[in-house]
Design a protein around this ligand. Structure first.
Ligand code: UDP
Length: 455
């Protein structure tokens, strides 16, 4: 009798981590695995409300079961404070995860045979090791960022960063001859402006990196096709990207906000290659002045635009549109089915904060970028998009640190008039799609992983 393999998937409680791990879960279900998808209670409730069901992605008898454990913070705690959140999870969740696995076995008759842990949750690999099951890392960011994290001891030894992870002086450095040079300004954990949060996050990274020795595989949502140097730098890496949703699916699993699908019929009415898609992921917040410049800049382009303005429940993102804003060529929505949007023929370009998922999704659809990074690894991703892959342009700030409405208009015109960028974006798309076609490197890597899981 064949026994179905049950994999416990543990994402960090952020949208950009839940999404790729949900897509990975769907791939594993298609290959006959059962998934126990463990969110924190707080995120579990968000994910369930757009979905309305705890059993999802059922394919031929296999399924994704959504369950939760507490993150250790009180009900009113500020979960946008990532230092507090990561620290609390590290202190409180390991014992609860162990209990959950025991409960599933005793009460549900389910034996978990492997934990796939997000990088931030890599402490879970210690649990896997302790109870004698397999453990695997999932890296939701670029491979270059993982290579940077692997190099922390060397960066300290070389006097580039101090023991809190902060650059000692501003300088360029290179992790290996094949990885593009980096600048200390691009060290993602050092870009966190609040110093207490920065130190806490760095401590969690160091702890997680030590835990990674316990696992054989480091899965990542990338491919050597776009990150050759960083991919060969990490011996345990198993690239399985790009992880993309099936755009034919009616609803995307794992979304924290309800997707507004009306934008697709709106896009259907726009000419091919005409619409500017504007979205800054799940965390970015704008101040009033910058929000106004963006709104008026979109007006000034005189092109159709689809703009995602999140309505966060804690009202932290409640900026209002300026009175001069016309917006008559635009469509503003609260949350987009992003991959459906990016694959729509009406899309001309993507004004993006350059989160790694948005980057991978834009690249896989051949969409040129206008890069507007906000924090952490997004600055590195901008450099990667503009200088390495050459599929986008960055914005320049004015003397007040603002990206002006005129700058937005100028860069939109420049990008859309640049035939080379358009061709390069198309090339990158072709390369990425090949990786996940049957026989492609990433799809073979998933098969290799499944074989190991089932051994
Ligand atoms: N996303 C979405 N609809 C939106 C905006 C974003 O579905 O309106 C998804 C996007 O497809 C991506 C994720 O949210 O999978 C955001 O992750 P990313 O790494 O780009 O940014 P983060 O939110 O982590 O800053």
């Amino acid at each position: 009798m064949s026994v179905t393999t049950t994999v416990l998937v543990l994402p960090c409680p952020l949208q950009g981590h839940v999404n790729p791990m949900m897509i990975l879960s769907q791939r594993l279900v298609e290959k006959g695995c059962n998934i126990i998808f463990v969110n924190t209670e707080f995120i579990h409730n968000k994910v369930l409300s757009p979905m309305g069901n705890q059993e999802a992605g059922v394919t031929g008898g296999s399924s994704i079961k959504l369950v939760s454990i507490p993150d250790g913070l009180g009900p009113d705690a500020d979960r946008n404070n990532l230092g507090e959140l990561f620290g609390s999870m590290l202190n409180n969740m390991p014992a609860m995860l162990e209990k959950l696995i025991e409960y599933l076995r005793l009460k549900g008759g389910v034996t978990v045979s492997c934990i796939v842990a997000d990088f931030v949750m890599a402490w879970a690999l210690e649990i896997a090791n302790k109870i004698g099951i397999k453990g695997v890392l999932f890296n939701p960011a670029s491979t270059a960022m993982l290579a940077l994290q692997c190099s922390i001891p060397k960066l300290i030894d070389d006097g580039i960063i101090d023991t809190h992870g902060l650059p000692i002086t501003q300088k360029r450095f290179q992790l290996s001859p094949t990885i593009p040079p980096m600048n200390t300004e691009l060290i993602w954990w050092a870009n966190i402006s609040d110093s207490i949060t920065q130190k806490k996050i760095f401590k969690v990274i160091v702890h997680c990196m030590q835990t990674l020795e316990l696992t054989e595989w480091w899965l990542c949502n990338s491919t050597p096709e776009i990150e050759p140097g960083a991919s060969s730098f990490i011996p345990k890496l198993l690239p399985i990207g790009p992880l993309l949703r099936d755009v034919a699916e009616e609803k995307s699993l794992g979304q924290f906000w309800e997707e507004d699908h009306s934008c697709i019929s709106w896009l259907d009415q726009q000419p091919h290659g005409s619409v500017i898609y504007v979205a800054f992921g799940s965390i970015t917040l704008f101040d009033e002045k910058q929000f106004k410049e963006l709104a008026l800049g979109l007006d000034l382009t005189n092109r159709p635009f689809l703009w995602v303005v999140r309505k966060d429940s804690d009202s932290s993102n409640n900026v209002s549109l300026p009175s001069e804003f016309r917006g008559n060529r635009g469509n503003i929505i609260g949350w987009a089915p992003q991959e459906k949007v990016l694959s729509h023929p009406a899309i001309a370009c993507f004004i993006s904060h350059c989160g790694w998922n948005s980057t991978i999704e834009g690249l896989s659809n051949g969409v040129p970028f206008l890069c507007w990074p906000y924090f952490a690894d997004q600055f590195f991703n901008r450099t990667y998009i503009c200088d390495e892959l050459k599929v986008g342009l960055g914005f320049d700030s004015d003397e007040n640190g603002l990206i002006s409405r005129e700058e937005i208009k100028v860069k939109v015109e420049k990008l859309l008039g640049d035939e080379n960028i358009r061709l390069m974006a198309h090339e990158v798309k072709k390369k990425l799609r090949k990786e996940i076609d049957d026989g492609g490197r990433s799809s073979e890597n998933i098969n290799k992983f499944i074989k190991w899981l089932k051994e």
